[in-house]
Design a protein around this ligand. Structure first.
Ligand code: ATP
Ligand code: MG
Length: 455
């Protein structure tokens, strides 16, 4: 999808940044893309465009994924027909986007995105606009060659032609796919400056595809990481979801670390991980991301709130420790730490309230798991965020086994009926009352206390 992409093009700052496209056509018998693997709706769109005399190509991630034997999640089409011409061909078509006009052909739940070839030249019409080296408007149409070189990576710039089923390669992408290499088209530094989000796309696609990032493409990333601070926070939020909720969260996280991007995205988490010498917080994070990947693989739901609770937990712990060291009461400190971390993080990544509020609840509920008071136990069990908070508690075992007894207690509490739970809590409370200091059961009581200590 390119809707959020203000850039999606090449650069007028340095015309040398883009290579001259040279066509290599790979005939049907020399590649593995079969029409059987292409969505029937995408084929319909391709054939209709072709019948009307237009060029019609499958493009981008779909071609790349098909060459790799993967199932594309969406099928994008590129054509020399203008959006208006596309609209005339399909009744089920709507035009979207102002900065980047596109046609959407709608088939029930499937949308085939049809984009007109774009050029990288400024024709002075105002259809292409730059701001500080960044592209904010990109509606100058061009040829397929123009369209190929303004894309980001060579593996994303391949075209499958419906007219002869060949793959058209203008940038060497076919070989790079075979070699499993991410290579930026043109001069890497210029292209990252033009759109810093490409640094994240490099890491994300490498993680998703199991590609390596070619040295010249990787080299500028740590140097330019700071430019991400200038990217639109809403776009970064979407990119975060793609990085961490697409089934490759662990590889994405490690890639971000390796290429020096973590600090630019989540400065406070990066700082907290650095100062956590034991590595316990990092262990917990990686464990949680691994669970997320397993859930995605099993087709189970994953939530952005839980994800961000995990990613920002190190930052929260650090902020909390700081406030408590200043003598602030625990509850007050927890609330302040949660607000502070959320506020600071929002400067880079726009986390919508519908996710940041439950994220904070997951954090704040953590301190309530040590209570065994009957009323509180039942209130916590009935809390709408109980399950997420409990799962989070379980995850914290990866950092420290100090919560093992709590995990045990709440696991049993969920498994037992209300009456059973009531009875066992009352029995425990009675036992506690009988346990006056100096009473014969003192030793036992002390052991219990240690075992149930929460934090
Ligand atoms: P995914 O598997 O995540 O869908 P994708 O490569 O299809 O990966 P999209 O965001 O769907 O990614 O973009 C579709 C295509 O648009 C890309 O393959 C690429 O050719 C082009 N593109 C996307 N973002 C950019 C960008 N920031 N700069 C240049 N080209 C881009
Ligand atoms: Mg895509």
């Amino acid at each position: 999808m390119v809707r959020h992409d203000p850039v999606h093009g090449s650069t007028p700052i340095n015309p040398q940044a883009l290579p001259t496209p040279v066509l290599r056509s790979i005939p049907r018998d020399q590649h593995t893309i079969s029409r059987r693997d292409i969505s029937p709706n995408a084929l319909r769109v391709l054939y209709r465009l072709r019948e009307a005399g237009f060029g019609a190509y499958l493009v981008g991630g779909a071609v790349r994924d098909l060459l790799l034997g993967m199932h594309p999640k969406d099928f994008d089409v590129a054509t020399d027909a203008t959006p208006e011409q596309v609209k005339q061909l399909f009744r089920n078509c709507r035009l979207i986007g102002r900065r980047f006009r596109l046609a959407h052909v709608v088939f029930g739940r499937e949308i085939i995105e049809v984009a007109t070839f774009r050029a990288n030249i400024d024709d002075g019409s105002g259809d292409r606009e730059m701001e500080d080296g960044r592209l904010v408007r990109d509606n100058v149409y061009g040829t397929i060659e123009d369209d190929a070189v303004r894309r980001d990576f060579t593996c994303n710039a391949l075209y499958y032609a419906i007219e002869d089923f060949s793959v058209r390669d203008y940038t060497g992408g076919f070989e790079d796919v075979q070699a499993r290499t991410m290579r930026l088209i043109g001069d890497p530094e210029t292209r990252y400056r033009e759109d810093p989000v490409r640094m994240l796309r490099a890491v994300r696609l490498a993680a998703k595809l199991g590609f390596s990032i070619e040295p010249a493409t990787a080299e500028p990333i740590p140097r330019l990481a700071g430019l991400l601070g200038e990217a639109a926070p809403a776009r970064l939020f979407e990119e975060m979801l793609k990085l961490f909720l697409s089934g490759h969260a662990v590889a994405s996280f490690e890639g971000l670390e390796r290429h020096g991007l973590l600090g630019a995205l989540m400065p406070e988490t990066a700082a907290a991980l650095r100062s956590n010498r034991s590595g316990a917080l990092r262990r917990m994070l990686v464990q949680g991301l691994g669970n997320t990947d397993a859930r995605v693989a099993a087709d189970e739901p994953v939530s952005p709130a839980f994800l961000f609770a995990l990613l920002l937990w190190p930052a929260y712990c650090r902020a909390l420790a700081g406030l408590q060291a200043q003598g602030m009461q625990p509850e007050e400190a927890q609330r302040r730490a949660a607000d502070r971390v959320t506020l600071h993080q929002a400067q880079t990544i726009a986390l919508p309230k519908r996710f940041s509020l439950p994220m904070q609840e997951i954090w704040l509920l953590q301190s309530r798991f040590s209570s065994r008071q009957r009323k509180r136990v039942f209130r916590l069990l009935a809390h709408p965020r109980f399950r997420a908070a409990f799962d989070f508690l379980v995850l914290r075992l990866a950092a420290s086994d100090g919560h093992a007894a709590d995990v045990e207690f709440w696991r049993e509490a969920q498994a037992s009926s209300g009456d059973e739970l009531s009875a066992s809590l009352e029995a425990a409370a009675a036992e506690g009352e009988a346990d006056e200091p100096g009473a014969p059961r003192r030793r036992r009581r002390r052991r219990r206390r240690v075992a149930t200590a929460g934090e």
